[in-house]
Every structure is written in structure tokens, then in C-alpha cells.
Design a protein around this ligand. Structure first.
Ligand code: ADP
Length: 249
């Protein structure tokens, strides 16, 4: 490919990116402005229930904007060469417990089960990024499943392998085979009557996969109409890993 073509491809990717981001920003902003306008101009004519409903919409849409901006900042940091990965030999269980607790607070009717094998090795990861990966997967498992369903997080070691796997399994809507190929792409959301009702911007799994791979891990997914299972795997840390704690660009 010659340079000219390459520049055009990059330019096109940038134009697509700006257009998607603008759309993602405009939708919640339009809704916030519309409901704020209605509250300002028709406050006395609205019932208390209507006011309450509109205020909740404004709050939900503001949260949607905050999530989008946070995800965009993460993407931009990930793409810059200067992002630091601060590796630390890490016991995964406290991070999983914390992530489950955080997500649980938002999905009060879901049930969460954790299964931990005994004597698990530590893994070498950046703990902030590891926490973000867990939150994304456990949040998705909850978001794309019905109220009252169960999310199971299991951690173990495969026989004879020096790595650790973490599985996040749900009883949700599932992902069909064709769509599995797309879900890790930037801004990729599956369009179906079931997913349309669920808020998201399609950046979570792109961020998750990129972070897992940056820290030398692997991510895979299997799914059926009964639910999905996302598995991440990392090499076990060696005893001397912490001594030569790596900081990589
Ligand atoms: P978001 O949830 O913000 O849309 P993600 O990048 O996290 O973005 O996920 C991309 C898409 O993959 C989602 O829109 C959804 O269609 C699908 N998806 C992700 N996780 C699950 C899951 N556990 N069950 C079913 N579908 C999922």
C-alpha cells in the first residue's frame, strides 16, 4: 500500500471516529436539554410523578455521558505510546470480590456466585487495569441478563498449566456466532430488540480486550441463547517477578 492510501485510510478512520463520538454525545445531550426545557417551561403543569420521571431521565443521560467520556479517555490513553503499565504480582481474589460488590450495588435482584480454586497463584498485572477489566465483564454479564438471574465468577488453574483463568458466566440474552466476531471492535453494539433497551457505547469490550492483551493475557468468549461466558487468562507470576517489578511503556 502506498503512503497516500494509508493517510486516506487513517483520515477516514478519524472522520468515522469523530462522527460516531459526536452522535454518541448528541443523543444524551439532546435528551437532557429537552427534558430540562420542559421542566423549566412547564413545571407547574407537570404532575410530581412527571417531574420525577424527567429528572431521572436527566440523571440517567448524564451518567451515560460520563461513562462515554471516561471510556473515551481510556481509549485515548491506551492508544498513546506513553501509557504506563505498572506490573505487580497480584492475588486476584480481593479484586474479584471488590468488582462483584461494586456491580452488585447496581443490580439488586441479580445473584452473584464466586468459585475460587484453592492455592491460586498470583498473576503479574497492573491492578487498576485489572480491576477495570473485571468491572467491564461483570457489569456486562449483569446488564445483558434478566433481573433475578445469576452471574458466576470462577477462578482456577487448568491441569498442568502455569496460568490462571477467570470466567464470568451469565444466564443472559447470549450473542450469536456472527456477532461474536464484532463485539470486541470499537463502538460495536449488537442491534436487536433486546439490546436496544440496554444502555452502552460499545467501547467496554474493546477496552477490555486491549488491556488484557497489553498485559500479555488472552480473552475468549462462548455463547448460546442461554447465556455467555467470557474467559480471561494470565500467566502465573514467578516468585522473583515483584523484585524486578516491570514498568513498561
Ligand atoms: P456496551 O455494553 O457499552 O454496548 P461492550 O463493548 O461492553 O459495549 O459490548 C459490546 C456488545 O457486545 C454489547 O453492545 C452487547 O451487544 C454485546 N455483549 C457484551 N457482553 C455481553 C453479554 N455478557 N451478553 C450478551 N451480549 C453481550
Amino acid at each position: 500500500m502506498c503512503n497516500g492510501e494509508k493517510v486516506n485510510e487513517l483520515e477516514q478512520a478519524q472522520i468515522d471516529f469523530i462522527s460516531t463520538v459526536s452522535h454518541e454525545l448528541r443523543t444524551p445531550l439532546t435528551s437532557i436539554r429537552g427534558f430540562a426545557d420542559t421542566l423549566l417551561t412547564s413545571y407547574d403543569r407537570l404532575s410530581p410523578e412527571q417531574r420525577d420521571k424527567f429528572l431521572h431521565i436527566i440523571k440517567d443521560q448524564s451518567n451515560r455521558l460520563i461513562n462515554l467520556v471516561e471510556n473515551l479517555l481510556t481509549v485515548s490513553k491506551m492508544q498513546s505510546d506513553k501509557e504506563l503499565i505498572i506490573y505487580k504480582s497480584t492475588d486476584v481474589i480481593p479484586y474479584i470480590d471488590a468488582a462483584v460488590q461494586m456491580v452488585k450495588n447496581q443490580y439488586k435482584t441479580h445473584k452473584y456466585i464466586t468459585n475460587y480454586q484453592k492455592n491460586l497463584p498470583k498473576i503479574l498485572v497492573d491492578t487498576d487495569k485489572f480491576q477495570q477489566i473485571l468491572l467491564n465483564l461483570i457489569d456486562n454479564a449483569s446488564k445483558y441478563s434478566n433481573e433475578g438471574s445469576t452471574v458466576t465468577v470462577s477462578v482456577g488453574q487448568k491441569f498442568n498449566e502455569n496460568s490462571l483463568y477467570i470466567s464470568v458466566k451469565d444466564e443472559g440474552i447470549g450473542i450469536n456466532e456472527e456477532d461474536i466476531k464484532k463485539i470486541f471492535n470499537k463502538f460495536s453494539r449488537i442491534d436487536s430488540p433486546l439490546t436496544r433497551k440496554i444502555q452502552g457505547n460499545g467501547l467496554g469490550l474493546y477496552i477490555t480486550k486491549t488491556l488484557v492483551e497489553k498485559m500479555n493475557g488472552k480473552i475468549s468468549v462462548t455463547s448460546s441463547p442461554k447465556g455467555s461466558e467470557f474467559i480471561i487468562e494470565f500467566q502465573a507470576a514467578r516468585p522473583d517477578d515483584d523484585a524486578k517489578k516491570k514498568i513498561k511503556e
